[in-house]
Write a protein that binds this ligand. Structure first.
Ligand SMILES: Nc1ncnc2c1ncn2[C@@H]1O[C@H](COP(=O)(O)OP(=O)(O)OP(=O)(O)O)[C@@H](O)[C@H]1O
Ligand SMILES: [Mg+2]
Length: 361
């Protein structure tokens, strides 16, 4: 087992001037499950491939444990990678697919068989060992790809969107299996996804990337409760956090007819006349008093049984803003009606409108 360190690791592809990954700095603990997440093209796969040795590192360093692996070939890094297209060998049985890397490494047959059987047991694949991949379901094939990584007993697992070929339901059950398997094996894992729900549910910590730049590394809880900037605030959480540019008022910010108190420090740090306030859909209080808060016209209601999301519009200053408000499943407003909402005290996030940086604690 081992720690993994990205020490200002940079990748500039030939012919490009802008780094695809720019001075990435993350310290991953021994046994940790770290998820890299961000929109398409933000540099997730490039970061993982640098760690795997499949991509040159043009600046900074990468360490596994205290070994500097920056310029080591992939085979000397003691890692195993699971890709999105896990490409099993179609003519080989499941057992041979799983044991292939060991065979290449010259491990004897009996030992290979033992390791494959152990991995198959963990992955619930024992009864499929003699089948060919084409006779397996998508989820089972995905587990074979995991098995191929497990039998090698690497110091680090790398996974690049391993679930994206699975249908939605299977993806949810498989992500739980992978997360619990990783915890059982205790092998340091770096996992790439563009799906923020997957990131939050699987990771011990989550690293958000945008345009090759690390935005925040944090536990899922902190990422949700204290996003470091407007980008993370809008990216993490579903439905997304409401972000509204509002004027600064005496003692707080003006939110429709109400002044919502926010931390004094946050406002004194603001350099503009406005700040951007973030409110999660579940952090609005709905009032019947039409003189308070912000009037939201209800456009669509999404009922989920236990609760419901109200998609509406509100007039904020001279702008019409789309807002999402979570309400109780038994208090669902009529389409076309008007709700008055006030952000709950202590549940607002204040960001600089111009820089996007978080101003509140
Ligand atoms: N071999 C390459 N040569 C040149 N540019 C590349 C190469 N591979 C990736 N890039 C560029 O580097 C940036 C990061 O790509 P990367 O594949 O790391 O993104 P990603 O976050 O994994 O995206 P996705 O979610 O779509 O898989 C992109 O702008 C991409 O176009
Ligand atoms: Mg990718």
């Amino acid at each position: 087992m081992a720690t993994v360190t990205f020490d200002k690791a940079t990748r500039i592809y030939p012919g490009s001037t802008k780094p695809a990954v720019d001075a990435l700095e993350i310290d991953i603990a021994d046994g940790e499950f770290l998820v890299l997440v961000g929109p398409s093209g933000c540099g997730k796969s490039t970061s993982l491939r640098m760690l795997a040795g499949l991509e040159d590192v043009n600046g900074g360093a990468i360490r596994i444990g205290d070994r500097d692996v920056t310029h080591l070939p992939p085979k000397d890094r003691d890692i195993a990678m699971v890709f999105q297209n896990y490409a099993l060998y179609p003519h080989m049985s499941v057992a041979d697919n799983m044991g292939f890397a060991l065979k290449i490494a010259g491990v004897n047959k009996a030992e290979i068989r033992q390791k494959v059987e152990e991995a198959a047991k963990i992955l619930d694949l024992t009864e499929y060992l003699d089948r060919k991949p084409k006779a397996l379901s998508g989820g089972q094939r995905q587990r074979v790809a995991m098995g191929r990584a497990i039998v090698r007993e690497p110091q680090v697992f790398l996974m690049d969107e391993p679930l994206s070929n699975l249908d939605a339901k299977l993806r949810v059950s498989t992500r739980t299996q992978i997360a619990s398997l990783q915890r059982r094996l205790g092998i340091t894992t770096v996992y790439v996804t563009h799906d923020q729900v997957e990131a939050l549910t699987m990771g011990d910590r989550v690293a958000v990337l945008k345009d090759g730049l690390l935005q925040q590394v944090d536990t899922p809880r902190n990422m949700y409760d204290k996003p470091a900037n407007l980008f993370v605030a809008g990216f993490i959480g579903s439905p997304a956090m409401n972000l509204v540019e509002v004027p600064i008022a005496d003692g707080g910010v003006k939110f429709g007819n109400s002044v919502v108190p926010v931390e004094r420090d946050a406002l004194s740090a603001a350099t503009d006349k406005t700040v951007t306030v973030g409110v999660r859909p579940e952090h609005f209080d709905v009032t019947t008093d039409s003189d308070t808060g912000l009037a939201v016209t209800v456009n669509v209601v999404e009922e989920l049984g236990s609760d419901a999301f109200v998609y509406g519009t509100a007039q904020v200053g001279s702008e019409t803003k789309d807002l999402v408000v979570r309400v109780g499943g038994r208090d669902v407003p009529e389409k076309g009606s008007t709700l008055h909402v006030v952000p709950r005290g202590g549940e607002t996030h204040v960001f600089s409108t111009s820089t996007g940086a978080r101003l509140s604690d």
